[in-house]
Every structure is written in structure tokens, then in C-alpha cells.
Ligand binder design. Structure first.
Ligand code: NAP
Length: 310
């Protein structure tokens, strides 16, 4: 009964310490020293594409330490029929919500304008804006989007959420479901947050045809995945004023190349994919639970629907 850690040594070390603290009897190996491939039952993968997992003939499950599994689903040699679990972790969720709430509050209370005014020695006296006057839309009302919506709604913001399927929305949040509802969801938003998984349907979703439904002067926060953003369309929307400011945590190419125009764009705020990171201290419990479930043939927690891509 062996777990294989397919991640970089530093990342693997913190997870295996947490797993061994929970169960010292665990047999854990590290990529690429897996020994006999037939002894590997369970593979844990991090943020990079793992190697060819089809070489493990008795693999029972694959566990991602990341919430997004787009890189894993696209990796070559992914064995079909082996269940995959993504990470849902209270540390990750809390960290994402804190990041987004901080960006929304900073924007709505004119943080960038006030900092610019201070740099110029200007006394910028403006009427403080109230949360209730700000319409915020969240693309993706899953684990992370729902927590963000609940916290922002609790502060008084006017919340809309967009998901693929109809479901009960958190109190105070208006739900829009399906592609046909997207224009109505976008209409009149002050701030648009993207926290969607990257799939064939969501790739390039943040592009001109979506921006055309936003009012002039709206703000974009992308904490989903970089490939959801059409970068040329964003630059055009910033130029035209359709989008007033973009806060980007994720990029098509990470690290963002030093010559990329986003770095020095006055209307773009860049954070280096740090909105939320899974913590071994809070995430290891679920990995161990999924390992035990896999070994006893039970359904995994947070199992990925491979057809849907998330
Ligand atoms: P989740 O629980 O699976 O939720 C995904 C949400 O997106 C669901 O509401 C789903 O709709 C919706 N969705 C998916 N495809 C859609 C489509 N085509 N049209 C409309 N809605 C669609 O995922 P999560 O845990 O919240 O994580 C979301 C993503 O956040 C991850 O996949 C990852 O890319 C990103 N992330 C970023 C960071 C960072 O540091 N920047 C950290 C963690 C995660 P249904 O509810 O109908 O299924």
C-alpha cells in the first residue's frame, strides 16, 4: 500500500511530513524513485503536469493538491478509469476569499487613486462609496466562488453569480446559470471576478464578446486561470475605457515574461499567482481520507468529472 508523490521535492516534503504526522505507517515514495511500478496504489500530484502515470498498473486513484486540475487532465499518459480528486481545503478557500475581498474593497474605496494622489502630494477628497452601491459578479459559483460571494454579500455588496447549472445560491446572491444567461449576468456590473476552472468552454472566455456586455469603467479581477483571458482583447478594452482596471493573479505563461506589456501597464495590477495556495497542514486530512477510500473501493471526496473537465 504505497503513495507516490509526483511533485517537486520541496513541495512534496511539506506534504509528506503532514501525512506522516497523521499516519506514521504510510509508505510514501517520491518521483522518480518509485521502485516497482506495480506497488504504487495512489499518486499525489502538485501544480506541474506529472510524468506518464500509465506505467503504474495497479493505480487506484490520483489526488491533486491543487483545486484546478486542467494541467493534470491534459497530461499525456493519464490512465482512463482511474478516479481523480481535486483539492478542497479550508486554508485555500479562506486565502482566496481574503485576496478577492481585499481587492474589491481596495478598488471600491479608491485605493489606487488615493495612492497615486499621495505620490503626487495631492489631497484627493472624495465621497466614500458604499458597498451596497457596488454590483459584483462572480464567474464560477463553486467552492471558491460561493465563499467569496457569501463574504462580499455579508459586507453589503450586491452580488451575482454565474454557474453552468442551476442550483441554490447563497443568501443575497442572484444566480445566473448557463451560457445564455451570461449577457444578463454581466449587464451593469461594476466589478467582475473570474474564478472558473479552465476547460474547453472557459478558455478565452474573458474576451471582447464578454467585455462588450459590461458597462464602461468596469473592473476585472481574474483569479481563475490565465488561459481564460484573451490578452489582446483586454489591452483593447483597457485602451477604450470599457475596462478601467484589471487585477490579474494568473497568466497564460507563468512566470509572466519580463517583456510582457501587462507589467508596466498603468491600469493593470499583477500578483504572481499567490491568491491562494493549498496548505499541507489543512489539506493532508482529505488526502489521507481519499487514500483510505481508494484502498477500500469507496468514492473519493471531491472527485473530478473528467467529461466536464473540473
Ligand atoms: P468548483 O468548485 O469546481 O467550481 C467551479 C464553478 O465554475 C462551478 O460553479 C461551475 O458550475 C462553474 N463552471 C464551470 N464551467 C462553467 C461554464 N462553462 N459555464 C458556467 N459556469 C461554469 O471549483 P473551485 O474549487 O471553486 O475552483 C475554481 C478554479 O479556481 C480552479 O479550477 C482554479 O482554476 C482556480 N484557482 C485559482 C487559484 C489562484 O491562486 N489563483 C487557487 C485555487 C483555484 P456548476 O456549479 O454548475 O458546476
Amino acid at each position: 500500500m504505497t503513495i507516490l508523490y509526483a511533485a517537486e521535492a520541496e513541495e512534496a516534503a511539506q506534504w509528506t511530513d503532514s501525512l506522516r504526522a497523521l499516519d506514521p505507517s504510510l509508505e510514501i515514495r517520491f518521483w522518480p524513485d518509485w521502485g516497482d511500478p506495480a506497488t504504487i496504489d495512489f499518486v499525489v500530484v502538485g501544480g506541474r503536469s506529472p510524468g506518464d502515470l500509465s506505467i503504474f498498473p495497479k493505480l487506484r486513484a490520483i489526488q491533486s493538491t491543487w483545486a484546478g486540475v486542467n494541467h493534470l487532465l491534459r497530461s499525456p499518459g493519464l490512465p482512463s478509469g482511474v478516479p481523480i480528486a481535486r483539492m478542497v481545503d479550508r486554508g485555500l478557500t479562506g486565502s482566496m476569499t481574503e485576496f478577492v475581498v481585499y481587492q474589491v474593497l481596495d478598488e471600491w474605496r479608491r485605493g489606487p487613486d488615493l495612492r497615486a494622489a499621495q505620490r503626487d502630494g495631492r489631497w484627493l477628497e472624495t465621497m466614500p462609496r458604499l458597498a451596497g452601491d457596488c454590483r459584483v459578479g462572480i464567474l464560477g459559483l463553486g467552492t471558491l466562488g460561493t465563499d467569496i460571494a457569501e463574504k462580499l454579500s455579508g459586507l453589503g455588496f450586491s452580488l451575482r453569480g454565474w454557474s453552468r447549472s442551476a442550483k441554490e445560491a447563497p443568501r443575497g446572491v442572484t444566480l445566473f446559470a448557463g451560457a445564455e444567461s451570461l449577457p444578463a449576468f454581466l449587464n451593469g456590473l461594476d466589478i467582475l471576478i473570474c474564478i472558473l476552472p479552465l476547460t474547453a468552454e472557459t478558455e478565452n472566455i474573458l474576451g471582447r464578446s464578454l467585455f462588450d456586455h459590461l458597462p464602461d469603467g468596469s473592473v476585472l479581477i481574474n483569479v481563475g486561470r490565465g488561459a481564460q483571458l484573451n490578452e489582446a482583447d483586454l489591452l483593447a478594452a483597457l485602451e477604450s475605457g470599457r475596462i478601467r482596471r484589471a487585477i490579474l493573479d494568473v497568466f497564460r505563461e507563468e512566470p509572466l515574461p519580463s517583456e510582457h506589456p501587462f507589467w508596466r501597464h498603468p491600469k493593470v495590477t499583477i500578483t504572481p499567482h499567490v491568491a491562494a495556495i493549498t496548505r499541507a497542514g489543512t489539506g493532508a486530512d482529505d488526502i489521507l481520507e481519499n487514500y483510505r477510500r481508494a484502498m477500500t473501493g469507496r468514492p473519493l471526496l471531491n472527485q473530478v468529472d473528467v467529461q466536464k473537465g473540473y
